[in-house]
Design a binder for this molecule. Sequence first.
Ligand code: NAD
Ligand code: UD1
Length: 334
Amino acid sequence: MKILVTGGTGFIGSHTVVELLNQNHEVVIIDNLCNSSKTVVKNLEKITNKKVPFFNIDIRNKKALEELCSESKFDCCIHFAGLKAVGESCQKPLEYYDNNINGTLVLLEVLNKYNCHNLIFSSSATVYGNPKSNPIDETFPKGTCTNPYGWTKSMIEQILIDLHTANPDWNIALLRYFNPIGAHKSGLIGENPNGVPNNLMPYITQVAVGMRKELSVFGNDYDTPDGTGVRDYIHVVDLAKGHVKALKVIEKKQGLKIYNLGTGHGYSVMQVIKTFEKVNNVKIPYQIKPRRSGDIAACYANAQKAFKELGWKAENTLEDMCRDSYNWEIHKKN
Ligand code: NAD
Ligand code: UD1
């Protein structure tokens, strides 16, 4: 298939491009580089030994998108482009709604005009809010999001559901990611957060290489086995492979489908720290701090639907994720 990948130089997009090229799909990346860099394209070419067409285009730029889509006929679009920092979204809600929602509307309009009615969308487990129980399956109701970023995901899902209802020609996979971590084994691509990381794994890797003194563990009084928060961490390469498998929805013209992409296992913050220390033979100094506002105790997936319908299952262990995350941090530093 010829696939338009928005946000393809970002963390998850770049790993997905590798897996798509490995399966001999043709890929064109667009990204405005607001949270990634052009060097990713070079590194993608090194990893895959293929030329990777890249265009610096903002998804809100209708004219540029139209030019691209009128020249190339895309079979499918995998839509990663978006802003994703939870804290920042609370400070700059209008920027988030404009970039994520308006950007998606412009993209959909152009895809529609050029007869590309196939889309895979990066959604998030955040749309479940605080679930009534775990594991979470796709039949669980969507919940109340605690921040504008989360709402953009929830609203875009609704927009895509309405679009499919209005025009059943659309085939759409809504992929709800749990917590992606890890990096490509080559150490050439990985997550590159700006400033102080908000998420657990990039903070741990920065402590591991001495960039930060210690990790703050946000709360040890949750109703979880050791009191610290439990999440479903998934290796970004497994997540990327999930997108290749989700192309089945497009190939088989299955309409609108929703899938959780997680491992089905929950690990606590303390388990992640201990595993990271063990596999990488480093010490992670930490201090217990108060709970972070907006956090929930536990969140992990039932990923059976993706296994049964797409034949997809996460393969990497928490050990692999800790090893590859550290390897990437070391490569970035040197
Ligand atoms: P990322 O920031 O690394 O990648 C997003 C890419 O989109 C970046 O390269 C950025 O430059 C680009 N971009 C942003 N706005 C754009 C615009 N208007 N036009 C063109 N390009 C634009 O983030 P990621 O972790 O790779 O996430 C990819 C997608 O998955 C996002 O939509 C994110 O919300 C979603 N998601 C991420 C996570 C996670 O933990 N990383 C979890 C759930 C969902
Ligand atoms: C965060 C986002 C969520 C997004 C998800 C994807 C928030 C509130 N939510 O979820 O929208 O979809 O990332 O990866 O940011 N922790 C610490 N110390 C730290 C950082 C985190 O103890 O320095 C703990 C948290 O309290 C949590 C766990 O580690 O229990 C995971 O946190 P994080 O990596 O930020 O992910 P989420 O909060 O699950």
